[in-house]
Design a protein around this ligand. Sequence first.
Ligand code: AMP
Length: 412
Amino acid sequence: MCKNFNFALIIKTLNNMQTIDNYNFKDKKALIRVDFNVPLDSQYHITDTNRIDATITTITKILNGGGSVILMSHLGRPKGGPEEKFSLKHLVPYLSQKLKVPVKFADDCIGQSAIDLAGSLKPGEVLLLENLRFYKEEEKGDKEFARKLSVLGDMYVNDAFGTAHRAHASTAIIAEFFPETKMFGYVMANEISAIDKCLKDGKRPLTAILGGAKVSTKIEIITHLMDKVDNLIIGGGMMFTFIKALGGEIGASMVEEEYVELAKNIVEGAKTLGVNLYIPADAVLADAFSNDANKKTSSAYDIQVPWMGLDIGPSACAKFNHVIEQSGTILWNGPMGVFEMNNYEAGTKFIALALVKATENGAFTLVGGGDSVAAINKYNLADKVSYVSTGGGAMLEYIEGKQLPGIKAIME
Ligand code: AMP
């Protein structure tokens, strides 16, 4: 979601990108792939509206331009047929209230009823289609299913960054049916710009802060970031694989033995490339993986069983803060400790606040990846950093340097 930076400026920095700013929507029907995969409670109330809220500027821009809008999305993981709990009809009241327009609903995303409802839309009106994943053809990237969706609109807008890493019918294949009229919505354009701004054009020094549980799930990002960043900060459970690689005693801390050798290579690689690698000197230890366990702070390099490191310590916080203060651009992915438990959240909260301070002082700060987003939301700081990515997996794959099918389909 776009926070406190100049939106118009971002759009201008996009090269060869087709965005909705370059189209006249008057009397046209825009078929928009959105990511409305939001959590619902047992009463079908939306418990986190972020993904819907993020798309409002795209929808409003088209409606204000004299167009009408047909929204399509998936929700949850239905098993290949309609299921009440995954119906997008539950989103209609919130969406109507948010857009200040009564949103119409098609209880099938393809077929005659959808064609009729889409066909009768007038400028300024909005139609929401039923869950795309009620058809298994969606995830299979079925071309005929994509064609059936495509007949509903005059142009195709992809605004679903969260699914851009999937080559599904509605996220990639459908673009073939709109060779001249396919474009990115603002969510997509902003996500791509924010990451590019960070990794390609960011003000130096560029600092990446990586945490979370495992080296194995972050290894591609680390490798891809190595020749781009000035500073690399490692925290979370994965710091102990590095500490072991450096000869430290890690007690009962989380470790991935098969990655110790790789961690050694990363340490050496950082030296060769001139990247400053920061690994916590101290940690908050517990004698069990529990919020009620005994707790102490000690060196992260001399931990004895049954103690385990569940958060970074105060010296590490102070050191990282110094690096963050000096940075022009900061990318944060993954918590510094087991932030879900109050006794081990201090490091993560400290980093979140350090990013807020850096943002106030003019740095560009990007937070992405499921758990760091959960953390920044936990402390109500999401609107105090430059950008919070809406797409976890998609963002990570983009940072890893992969070409995302949803982006490629529009750019081609
Ligand atoms: P990831 O999905 O890889 O970003 O990992 C996030 C998870 O890492 C969170 O659920 C944290 O509780 C967990 N985590 C962070 N630090 C540690 C640690 N020192 N030991 C065990 N788990 C951790």
